[in-house]
Ligand binder design. Structure first.
Ligand code: AMP
Length: 297
């Protein structure tokens, strides 16, 4: 065998071994890297939850079996990052990474708010049904945030992130929720949600990220078990509460002004006089009406 043939044979063998080892490594990695935690952006706007429920109801009406595939309204979220945490110590590190990411996220936000607009429906390989996010500067910023968080978690030694690109979405149904269902239904028929193809579901302002467990017992409201959270700006509920508080305060202040006016004898006399005149005018008006309608008039 010539030296060139030897080299070729060696190269071929080396390449083959590398591929085999690569596959083995990937298999081992896949076996180890089963995500069990994730960073969630919770959906708190009742308009979105209500619209999602309307789609779910419409789908179930067409195919009752799919009720097992539906995501509970209390657990609706956008997944920012998935990860594997194998011990209490790693959970602690992840809690620290989430807390650290607040500064980096605030630096990206620069005081702006992330307003996510949910519109239309799509699916992943007919296995997962989700509400899409309108593509705009806000989703670009959300992607930057997801990338930054992935780096922060990975730098702390946490197995986080996926090979595929981050595509923000709001899952409302998935066949994997029930092994039983998966045997019966192999694919979600996308015509089931045709009516909602361009439906506007509402906006969600980014106000919180949670580190959630995929498998620990959920909270009574249906939301995931959270190890920790970071808060940005204000929640939808907080904004509504504040607006209500503002309106109530304005009404109370007007009420107090009216009460104060009523303590003045002059005002009371004026009101009594006006009321008396009103009553007198209206009774004479009614009297004239009755008179004019009278067949004897
Ligand atoms: P989630 O909304 O995070 O609960 O994800 C629901 C399902 O969608 C999971 O099984 C994910 O693996 C899958 N999924 C998430 N992102 C993608 C993507 N970009 N392409 C295909 N499947 C995805």
């Amino acid at each position: 065998m010539t030296s060139e043939q030897n080299a070729k044979k060696k190269r071929k063998w080396t390449t083959g071994r590398e591929i085999e080892e690569g596959i083995k490594r990937k298999k081992k990695k896949n076996k180890q890297y089963q995500p069990n935690y994730f960073i969630s952006l919770p959906i708190t706007n009742p308009k979105i939850t209500g619209s999602v429920q309307a789609v779910q109801d419409a789908v179930i009406l067409k195919d009752q079996r799919l009720s097992k595939a539906m995501v509970c309204p209390g657990s609706l979220h956008v997944t920012m990052l998935v990860m594997h945490l194998s011990s209490k110590e790693e959970i602690g590190i992840a809690v620290g990474a989430l807390s650290d990411s607040k500064v980096f996220v605030n630096n990206l936000l620069k005081g702006k708010r992330v307003d996510l607009s949910f519109r239309g429906i799509d699916h992943f390989r007919n296995q997962v049904g989700f509400v899409s996010l309108a593509e705009n500067d806000h989703t670009t910023l959300l992607k930057e945030i997801a990338d930054t968080m992935k780096k922060i978690f990975q730098e702390k030694g946490i197995m986080a992130g996926e090979e595929r690109a981050f595509k923000p979405h709001l899952t409302f149904m998935k066949l994997s929720k029930s092994a039983e269902l998966r045997k019966e239904v192999k694919k979600i028929d996308s015509s089931l949600f045709e009516d909602f193809k361009n439906h506007y579901f509402g906006d969600e302002i980014l106000h919180r990220f949670d580190l959630c467990s995929m498998f620990k017992k959920k909270q009574p409201n249906g939301y995931y078990y959270c190890e920790s959270s970071v808060v940005f700006g204000k929640s939808h509920e907080a904004v509504v509460k504040e607006a209500l508080h503002r309106e109530t305060q304005a009404l109370l202040s007007r009420l107090n002004q009216i009460k104060e006016l009523l303590t003045s004898p002059e005002i009371r006399t004026k009101i009594s006089r006006e009321l008396f005149e009103d009553r007198h005018n209206s009774s004479s008006k009614w009297k004239s009406c009755i008179d004019s309608e009278s067949p004897n008039a």
